[in-house]
Design a binder for this molecule. Structure first.
Ligand code: OTN
Length: 484
């Protein structure tokens, strides 16, 4: 069908002008990302700030909604310090837990007393959501809001019914979506929220879309039909291999299949809902001084980055502020070093100076050398109907590398479905890289790490696909020493 369409377009153009063979872009294949999803992919990393009444209780992460509001009392809250941490870490977006499952609200909500109005902090006159969104605006960070759907404090009321809560949550959502400028993401945690049915989320979804058309919605379980992005299936930072952006939107009954669908996606699935990887830099989601020695190391964060961003996902990394209302210096240091190591690793694509030869090229506008030109606007594509390609890179001299990265033109859908990378010193015998053999999806970014190899020739093999390949970057690299 796509082929016929292309022929028709070419025929139409030939009638009016002389077409340059193979200069037309490939037709998209299957489901493709929305503008919101493209923007979300481009962030690569998002910070999660779990902060609230749990921060002030002894080792509580899932408060029961009974802790007195007065307990909330950060001694030196400074959201600008949070933003300085994000700037050093190259993280462009942040999500604040405006209300976690305990129900305590970090803004003075008109609809509850269980909020900062009754906190000791600033004599009840403070507003963390305001300070957070103001600091985001000042530092050019995109603000996101987590308004936990499950609310244990509201549940304590004898008047509680799901119907009343639906209206209560809707009013709180209106306060947050309507009163704090542009909100880039909202998070519907599935934890404890099974009573909240899809029709309830439909109403809440209407509010988000009305007030914040560009806001990305994280959804799971009953909110799945409205989700721009899905849960990745675990909180360990380990996205699947493969990790398709497509999945099945219909609720899956079998639990194992449900988790596999979240973690790996579904090739050819009926919905485009890419996976977001939420993980904490500490063992807990909220700050506890007991865990100051258990902050994930820079190497652990690099593993998580490669297994999330490098698995066609976006990393949502939790950096919980402490009782002062500041990011602990160890957490700030580790994310800054993560950024430094990422930048050092990917600064030099060892294929950049290589000669490139491909056996499937659409035309000069889509030449294989564009894979290494470091230009986001250009890409390599094959001929319509030809779903395989061998692309050989001849380096000026032998180089050592231990990491590779491949990126697809995601606007054109999931095209490549099987690919491998090999190396050689004579262009006759090729050695496969075991970790990079028979990989499946590519998507926004796929990173593979392996023991160092030395080679003069590198071959990218596109072994199968739904449509001709459309890839915009391929590179081999040497890890930063910060990750050793
Ligand atoms: O006990 N839990 O609720 C739980 C334990 C470990 C990992 C996840 C969960 S809940 C889970 O949280 C996700 C976000 O991290 C999503 O919201 C899922 O829908 C929810 O079930």
């Amino acid at each position: 069908m796509n082929h016929i369409k292309t022929l028709l377009i070419c025929a139409a153009m030939a009638a009016t002008c002389v077409p340059v063979t193979g200069q037309y872009a490939p037709e998209p294949y299957g489901l493709t990302p929305s503008e919101r999803q493209l923007e979300w992919y481009g962030r690569e990393m998002i910070a999660f700030f779990h902060f609230g009444i749990n921060t002030f209780e002894e080792y509580v992460n899932e408060g029961d909604g009974k802790a007195p509001a007065a307990l909330f009392n950060p001694t030196a809250l400074d959201c600008r310090q949070w933003m300085q941490t994000l700037k050093a870490a190259g993280i462009p977006c942040a999500i604040l837990t405006a209300k976690h499952a305990d129900g305590f609200c970090l803004w003075p909500s008109r609809y509850t007393d269980y909020c900062v109005k009754n906190a000791a902090w600033k004599g009840g006159k403070g507003n963390v959501v305001r300070e957070f969104t103001d600091a985001c605006a000042e530092y050019g960070i995109k603000a996101g809001i987590y308004l936990g759907p499950h609310d244990r404090h509201e549940h304590l009321s004898p008047l509680y019914t799901t119907e009343r809560y639906k209206a209560h949550y809707a009013r709180q959502l209106e306060e947050l979506m309507g009163g704090y400028g542009k909100i880039w993401e909202t998070w519907w945690d599935g934890a404890g929220a099974d009573e909240l049915t899809t029709p309830i989320y439909r109403e809440w979804h209407r509010i988000v879309r009305e007030k914040q058309p560009d806001c990305v919605i994280f959804g799971t379980k009953n909110s799945y039909p409205f989700a721009d992005v899905r849960w990745m299936g675990n909180e360990a930072g380990q996205a699947g291999d493969p990790c398709w952006a497509t999945t099945d939107s219909i609720a899956i009954r079998d639990e194992a299949q449900y988790y596999k669908g979240l973690n790996e996606g579904v090739a050819g699935g009926n919905a485009y809902i890419p996976a977001e990887t939420d993980v904490s830099i500490r063992p807990s989601w909220f700050y506890h001084a007991e865990e100051d020695q258990r902050v994930k190391s820079v190497k652990e964060l690099w593993d998580i980055y490669c297994n999330s961003v490098g698995h066609n996902s976006v990393l949502l990394l939790n950096l919980p502020p402490d009782r002062r209302g500041l990011i602990h210096p160890t957490d700030s240091l580790h994310v800054a070093l993560l950024r430094k190591g990422i930048d050092q690793t990917f600064a030099r694509n060892l294929l950049a100076g290589a000669k490139v030869k491909a056996d499937n090229v659409r035309g000069p506008k889509f030449a294989a050398r564009l894979l290494t030109d470091n230009d986001k606007t250009t890409y390599y594509a094959g001929k319509d109907g030809k779903t395989t390609a061998d692309i050989v890179f001849t380096l000026p001299e032998q180089e050592e590398f231990d990491c590779l990265m491949l990126q697809e033109v995601i606007e054109l859908g999931h095209r490549t479905t099987r690919w491998s990378v090999e190396y050689s010193d004579n262009r006759k015998e090729w050695t496969p890289i075991p970790e990079a053999t028979d990989k499946q999806c590519v998507g926004h970014k796929w990173i593979v790490r392996f023991s160092p190899v030395k080679a003069r020739y590198v071959r990218l093999r596109i072994q199968d696909g739904n449509a001709c390949p459309a890839l915009h970057t391929f590179g081999v690299y040497k890890h930063s020493l910060l990750f050793k």
